[in-house]
Design a protein around this ligand. Structure first.
Ligand SMILES: NC(=O)c1ccc[n+]([C@@H]2O[C@H](COP(=O)([O-])OP(=O)(O)OC[C@H]3O[C@@H](n4cnc5c(N)ncnc54)[C@H](O)[C@@H]3O)[C@@H](O)[C@H]2O)c1
Length: 250
């Protein structure tokens, strides 16, 4: 049931940490995968990478004209801290409003635009699965004490817009699930918890201690849930948030 042979899958934010994991998994079950990113990236010959910006409707419309209507859309493009800003380490009273808005723009408005452009074509085709990337911080607030060992002044803060944007993504997930369910398009969210990748040892110790399964996620922990939501294995599931967080939010 997880087979996606002959299907076209589109993954936004393809060239970051998780994009290649989704692309590899979708390719493994037979999908033809097109990745989208603002940055050109390196992938094996089976995957084409298109340069487009999820906050730019015209660039998404041009992409749709080039590639057609996907069967699977993974709305994965997102930012945590704006690339040019330092909102994460500014004191809360100094977090630049533009940084706050940029996170909402990419994570929330970008998910809306890609869904609007590609999802409406999926609705017209009468089939498809959309998977939106949420986060554990869609449902709970980051705990500043996770970072206090860094001893930064001002103390490190996760950007306040991040969780807000992801909570909005969950709302959009339910919105489009209800709107397009009657047309055969399912819309779900996958919310990862902590994913291993270069975190400092003290952060890992604290995070692990609060995670019931006592570790962070590795790539293989995420691919099963993604393929479940993308494929017919979840054919009676829509509007759902699948938390893949080792129980962190339990
Ligand atoms: N890595 C984690 O631990 C984790 C945990 C929970 C949720 N997530 C979510 O998973 C998704 C992927 O995370 P990641 O760790 O791979 O992030 P990342 O920063 O490594 O990669 C994000 C990619 O999105 C691209 N991107 C940024 N703005 C874009 C735009 N306007 N248009 C198109 N592409 C754009 C970037 O160039 C980058 O390649 C994000 O939505 C993130 O919020 C990640």
């Amino acid at each position: 049931m997880g087979d996606l042979s002959g299907q076209l899958a589109l993954v936004t934010g393809a060239c970051g940490k998780l994009g290649p994991i989704w692309i590899e998994a979708l390719t493994r079950v037979g999908a033809r995968v097109i990745g989208v990113d603002v940055l050109p990236g390196e992938f094996d010959g089976a995957t084409s990478i298109e340069v487009a910006d999820v906050t730019d409707r015209d660039s998404l419309l041009a992409l749709r004209a080039r590639i057609g209507t996907p069967n699977v859309l993974v709305n994965n493009a997102g930012i945590d801290q704006p690339p040019s800003g330092d909102a994460g380490s500014a004191a809360i009273e100094d977090v630049p409003f533009d940084d706050f808005r940029r996170v909402l723009d990419v994570n929330l408005a970008g998910t809306f635009l890609a869904t609007q452009v590609f999802g409406s074509a999926m609705r017209d085709a009468g089939r498809g699965s959309i998977v939106n990337l949420g986060s554990l911080y869609a449902g709970i607030a980051p705990d500043p004490s996770m970072y206090d060992h860094l001893q930064l002044d001002p103390p490190f803060l996760k950007p306040p817009a991040y969780g807000a944007s992801k909570a909005g993504v969950l709302s959009l997930t339910r919105y489009f699930a209800r709107l397009w369910g009657p047309y055969g398009v399912r819309v779900n969210a996958l919310s990862p918890g902590g994913v291993l990748g270069g975190q400092d040892p003290e952060f890992l110790r604290k995070f692990t201690a609060r995670t019931p399964l006592r570790r962070l996620a590795e790539a293989d922990d995420l691919t099963g849930p993604l393929l479940f939501l993308a494929s017919e294995a979840s054919r009676y599931v829509t509007g759902h948030e699948l938390r893949v967080d080792g129980g962190f939010t339990a």
